[in-house]
Design a protein around this ligand. Structure first.
Ligand SMILES: [Zn+2]
Length: 349
C-alpha cells in the first residue's frame, strides 16, 4: 500500500490555520462532524498517491465539492431533481476527465478528474459523463449557509488560497472497517498519520471571524406591550433579509438571549400549530422585568406555512445570525463588557 509521508506540522494551536497550511501543502486533513469524520484535501492538489491513500481509508466514494456556479459553467447539473439535502450540497452528474484517463476508476484516473474539476481552464467538453467522481454543488456562502462536509471541503480549499474545490470522503472504522469511524477513531487515525484535525464548527467560527456576517444599519426606541426596547437593525450578508435585535440594558456575557425565527403562524390569533409566539412574549416580558437581555428576531422564508418551532430547516443560519448579532451588541455597545458565554435559548427550545 502506498502511504504519504509524515507531515511537517505548523505547530500552531489554532486548528483552522494549521489545517489550511496542510491543505496548501497538498496534504489531507481530518474534518470532524457530529456523527462522522471526513478525510478532506484540496482538489487542486489531488495526486494518485493521495487518492490511493484516501480510498484505502475511506468509503471509497470520493466526492469533489465545487461551487454551484462553477458546476453550471461546467454543465454539471444536479444528478436528480429529487435531491433534497435540506439546503445542503447537491450531487451533480458524475464525471471523468477526458484527457489522460483510461477507465476512470483508478486512483491515478480519479486524481486527474479531481484536479480537472479544480482547474479554472477546464471546459465542459473536458469532462465525460457519466464518470467515477461525483461533484457536489455547494452554495456560495459555504458552511455559513449550511454546515456540511461538502461546504467545509470547498471553503477550506478556498481559505487555503486554492481553487474553491475540495475532495472528501467518510473515514471508515479502524476496528471495524464495515462501519464509519467514530470521532475517537478518526482522531487516532489522524495521530497515526500525522494529520491535522478540525471540526466543521471550527470552519464556521473561522469564517464568521474572518468575513463577518451582519452589519448594524439602524437603531431606534421601540415601545412594546412588555416595555420599551432598544431596537437595533442588522443587514445580513448571508441572505436578503434585515434582522432585528430588541435589547434591554447593556448586554453582558451573562445577559439572556432569546432567538425568534419569523413565523407566519404567529400573527394568526390562536394558531394551534404555532409554538413560538407565546415563548416570544415570555422572553420579552422576562427581558423587561430584568432590565437586561436580547431578543433576536430572525427574518426568514415564511412560505412554508409551518412554525419554525417545528421545522429545523433554517435553524443553522438563524443561530449563526443570532450569534453574530449578539457578539456585535456585546462588543460594540459597551466596550468594557466582559464575557461571551451568555444563556443561549433558541426560540424553539
Ligand atoms: Zn410559530
Amino acid at each position: 500500500m502506498t502511504t504519504i509521508e509524515a507531515p511537517a506540522r505548523t505547530g500552531t494551536a489554532e486548528p483552522v490555520p494549521a489545517a489550511l497550511a496542510e491543505l496548501a501543502a497538498g496534504r489531507p486533513v481530518v474534518v470532524l462532524d457530529d456523527r462522522e469524520a471526513h478525510l478532506v484535501f484540496a482538489a487542486a492538489h489531488a495526486t494518485a498517491r493521495l487518492v490511493a491513500f484516501a480510498v484505502r481509508h475511506t468509503s471509497g466514494l470520493l466526492r469533489a465539492a465545487i461551487s454551484a456556479e462553477r458546476a453550471d459553467e461546467l454543465r454539471l447539473p444536479p444528478m436528480t431533481s429529487a435531491d433534497d439535502r435540506r439546503g445542503g450540497a447537491v450531487h451533480a452528474v458524475a464525471v471523468d476527465a477526458v484527457a489522460g484517463v483510461t477507465t476512470g476508476i483508478s486512483a491515478a484516473d480519479r486524481a486527474r478528474t479531481i484536479t480537472a474539476l479544480a482547474e479554472p481552464r477546464t471546459a465542459p467538453d473536458d469532462l465525460a459523463r457519466p464518470g467515477h467522481v461525483v461533484p457536489l454543488r455547494v452554495g456560495s456562502h459555504g458552511v455559513l449557509a449550511h454546515r456540511g462536509p461538502a461546504e467545509a471541503a470547498a471553503d477550506l480549499a478556498a481559505l487555503a488560497g486554492l481553487s474553491r474545490a475540495g475532495a472528501f470522503d467518510q473515514l471508515i472504522g479502524l476496528d471495524d472497517p464495515t462501519l464509519l469511524a467514530p470521532a475517537a477513531e478518526a482522531r487516532a487515525f489522524a495521530r497515526e498519520h500525522g494529520l491535522a484535525v478540525l471540526s466543521i464548527d471550527d470552519v464556521v467560527a473561522h469564517r464568521m471571524r474572518r468575513d463577518g456576517v451582519v452589519r448594524r444599519c439602524a437603531e431606534a426606541r421601540l415601545p412594546l406591550a412588555a416595555g420599551t426596547f432598544r431596537a437595533v437593525g442588522y443587514r445580513s450578508l448571508l441572505d436578503e433579509h434585515e434582522h432585528l435585535a430588541l435589547v434591554q440594558g447593556w448586554p453582558e456575557g451573562s445577559s439572556p438571549v432569546h432567538v425568534h425565527r419569523e413565523c407566519a403562524l404567529s400573527a394568526v390569533p390562536g394558531a394551534a400549530h404555532c409554538g413560538c409566539r407565546r415563548r416570544l412574549d415570555i422572553a420579552l416580558e422576562d427581558c423587561a422585568r430584568r432590565g437586561e437581555g436580547i431578543v433576536v428576531l430572525v427574518r426568514g422564508d415564511m412560505t412554508s406555512g409551518t412554525c419554525p418551532a417545528t421545522d429545523p430547516r433554517g435553524q443553522h443560519l438563524a443561530d449563526l445570525l443570532a450569534e453574530a448579532i449578539t457578539t456585535d451588541l456585546r462588543s460594540s455597545d459597551r466596550p468594557t463588557s466582559a464575557g461571551r458565554t451568555g444563556v443561549y435559548a433558541r426560540g424553539h427550545a
